[in-house]
Design a protein around this ligand. Structure first.
Ligand code: E4P
Length: 217
């Protein structure tokens, strides 16, 4: 399973990259606006800092606007994946971008039927938002599971990129289902490596060793 970081923050990107855990980055207009400043400069720095796919999202809501923006976004680097919203105009743009061999990430996907349409039109990734579905009292992971079955039944190459992740169990469940990629907020990726028994165990090992060394003197 590939790990993407769901952020536009360069410090977080560099830190996770230094851990060797960074396979790619996803951004969205909210994450980009949180960083402030010149978004073009920020996008360019992110693309340079990441040795893997970087999703940059279009703002336009018509097919023509999305295509125009996509052409601009791909100029930021060879690793750019154009993020397109799951709306009818987005599907039109998706078809054209697939024909132009531009990589795409269909975002704001909440149902298996939406994922199926995106896969039929050749999306590189579909992003089911599991946390937002859970928040409505629906099962995000059940939707991902159905997407996996649909894609496998018809051998679609579209990758399932689990998004809107809220906690480590989303990561484990995604892995058990066989999702291709998961995009994680910085806090969740840090949570994955923590366990109180690890800290307690290490403290005990170090204390025992220190006592042993003191006895030797
Ligand atoms: C995905 O690419 C999105 O950026 C993201 O996962 C949205 O998640 P949220 O529900 O935390 O905003």
């Amino acid at each position: 399973m590939e790990f993407f970081l769901d952020t536009a923050n360069l410090d977080q990107i560099r830190e996770v990259n230094d851990l060797g855990l960074l396979d790619g980055v996803t951004t969205n207009p909210t994450l980009m606006s949180r960083e402030g400043g010149d978004w073009r400069e920020q996008a360019s720095l992110i693309c340079d800092a990441v040795d893997g796919p970087v999703s940059l999202e279009v703002i336009g809501t018509t097919h023509e606007e999305m295509i125009k923006e996509a052409k601009d976004l791909v100029s930021f680097g060879p690793n750019v994946v154009v993020k397109i919203p799951m709306i009818p105009e987005g599907l039109k743009a998706l078809k054209e971008l697939t024909e132009r061999e531009i990589k795409t990430n269909v975002t704001l996907v909440f149902s298996p039927s939406q994922a199926l349409l995106a896969a039929k039109l050749g999306a590189t990734y579909v992003s089911p938002f599991v946390g937002r579905l859970d928040g409505l009292g629906q099962s995000g992971m059940e939707a991902v599971d159905q997407m996996r079955t649909l894609f496998d039944n018809y051998a679609f190459n579209t990758k399932i990129l689990v998004a809107s992740v809220r906690h480590p169990m989303h990561v484990i469940e995604s892995g058990l289902i066989g999702a291709d990629v998961i995009t994680l907020p910085y806090a969740t990726i840090m949570q994955l490596m923590q366990h109180p028994l690890t800290d307690k165990g290490l403290a005990a090992f170090l204390a025992d060793w220190e006592a042993f060394q003191a006895e030797q003197q």
